[in-house]
Write a protein that binds this ligand. Structure first.
Ligand SMILES: Cc1ncc(COP(=O)(O)O)c(C=O)c1O
Length: 490
């Protein structure tokens, strides 16, 4: 091939002025979308939209403008989901307009890591320190921003496994342990924990699901019993996982009691506080997370109750050197090795040695800018508002004899069932399943469903900063309307 300047390819725009116009339009469109999206109800994608997405791979590309037009026409209309003020299904954060702008900044900077050559390193350290402060977690702990609760749990449990193993886990791996390592969590624990245990090579049989009490908290007597039995059988119980906000009912384990057990048994306490940890910044429910600060490792996310952009979680550990030793590259890693003898202080802001990823979106910048913009108290007021709204919803449901509350309401989740008189237990289950189906068809996301202690239930979880009190009046009326319609046809 002969050298010709004309053929030197780049992905930068051919014409920056045209690109600037497109960029401003995209920004304006997105701000317009966010301005009204709260009042919209989520809807499913139409068949036409779905078939418009399925396309052969373009050889030469259609150009930025055309690609964007296709997004606006066939993708964006059904991408409302959790931004609606009337979304309480699963645990889904609503993001914020400023959060969107922070994502634009990290996209624009497109830094591969928070290395110590740039301000990104200090942004990371500062953002971690603020998160620790809000959660009252020790100042000298280590941490890393990750992609969400699942990765945060995985990261914490990896440190737990490597630190507590009776062998050098980096070299011998789980194949080398002399005694099978066992983990404990309540039967209300999130299934990402099971996935972590599997991926860490421990095998899911080593995760013991301990029954809960009538408040859906881990039964401490059964936990102790299980640890004792396992020890007698030659296992190595190494980690207890505490739940700070279970996904089903929002229940909190007694974290101080778990920390005591872990200390006595020389075990690691990991806490899954994915969304629930943030009760710490409320007025009325902060006590639920007492003891969180004693956890050896803690997993939280920022994209649910903190309404930050999706793809944001955080792992904190009270064991910086063990954290680092779990993830740092070995001596043989010539181009990315790190000297473990350096003072720990110098290592803490370098996330490429604290987690799975080498290259990283600059997640801490989003956290930094959002905490700087709104401050801890404003976030605290949102959390408090959500808790108050759930109390209000619980009151509405209790007042109406055609409903029942199906689990104690501890924090930001109400489990409830529509239960008109005269129906058998199985019929009530079936009716509520149909109500859920009905809600999915017309107004997806207003509620979700689950099964607790063998009983099917509807569930509303509030991490929504756009909801108003009156939205909860609407929710009760809407579920009842769907239920009454179904009963009349039964
Ligand atoms: C208690 C709990 N842990 C972990 C997770 C997983 O977090 P993520 O969805 O951010 O991966 C969730 C998700 O809802 C959760 O509620």
């Amino acid at each position: 091939m002969t050298y010709s300047k004309k053929h030197e390819e780049t992905l930068d725009p051919e014409n920056w002025d045209t690109f600037r116009v497109l960029g401003h339009k995209m920004l304006d469109d997105m701000i317009n979308y966010l301005e009204t999206v709260g009042q919209k109800q989520h809807r499913l994608a139409t068949k036409e939209e779905i078939s418009a997405i399925k396309k052969p791979l373009s050889r030469e590309g259609v150009g930025e403008e055309q690609a964007y037009t296709e997004f606006v026409e066939s993708m964006m209309p059904s991408m409302i989901a959790q931004k609606s003020a009337r979304w309480w299904g699963w645990v889904v954060g609503g993001g914020s307009p400023y959060g969107m702008l922070t994502s634009m900044l990290t996209g624009g900077l497109n830094l591969p890591s928070d290395d110590s050559f740039s301000a990104a390193y200090n942004v990371n350290r500062q953002a971690l320190d603020w998160v620790k402060e809000m959660l009252n977690y020790p100042k000298d702990s280590s941490g890393i921003f990750v992609t969400g609760g699942s990765e945060a749990n995985f990261t914490g449990l990896a440190v737990a496994r490597n630190t507590m193993a009776e062998v050098d886990m980096k070299t011998a791996g789980v194949q080398g342990v002399p005694h099978k390592m066992t983990v404990y969590v309540s039967e209300e624990g999130h299934h990402c924990l099971e996935r972590s245990v599997e991926l860490l090579g421990l095998g899911k049989d080593t995760l013991h699901w301990i029954p809960t009490d009538d408040q859906y908290r881990i039964r401490l007597d059964l936990l102790r019993e299980s640890i004792d039995t396992d020890r007698r059988n030659g296992f190595h119980p190494f980690c207890v996982i505490g739940c700070a906000g279970t996904v089903n009912t929002g229940a909190f384990d007694d974290l101080n009691a778990l920390a005591d057990i872990a200390a006595k048994e020389r075990m690691w306490l990991h806490v899954d506080g994915a969304f629930g940890s943030w009760v710490k910044i409320s007025e009325t429910h902060k006590h639920l997370a007492d003891g969180l600060e004693r956890a050896d490792s803690l997993a939280v996310d920022l994209h649910k109750w903190m309404s930050m952009p999706y793809g944001l979680g955080c792992t904190l550990t009270r064991h910086p050197r063990e954290h680092l030793k779990t993830f740092v590259y070995g001596e043989e890693a010539a181009y990315v090795k790190y000297d473990l003898d350096k003072p720990i202080e110098e290592l803490l802001g370098t996330s490429m040695f604290m987690g799975l990823r080498l290259c990283n979106e600059t997640l801490p910048l989003k956290v930094y800018l959002l905490l700087r913009a709104y401050g801890s108290e404003r976030f605290g007021r949102v959390v408090q508002q959500n808790l108050d709204q759930i109390k209000y919803l619980e009151g509405l449901i209790r007042k109406d004899p055609s409903f029942e509350i199906s689990a104690p309401v501890s924090s930001n989740i109400v489990c409830f069932r529509y239960k008109p008189t005269g129906l058998s237990a199985d019929k009530v289950d079936e009716l509520n399943r149909l109500i859920f189906q009905g809600s999915l068809e017309k107004t997806p996301g207003i509620i979700s469903d689950t099964t607790i202690k063998g009983r099917y239930t509807l569930r509303a979880c509030n991490v929504n900063h756009r909801s108003k009190m009156e939205d909860f009046d609407w929710l009760v009326a809407e579920v009842k309307r769907i239920g009454e319609g179904l009963v009349s046809r039964m």
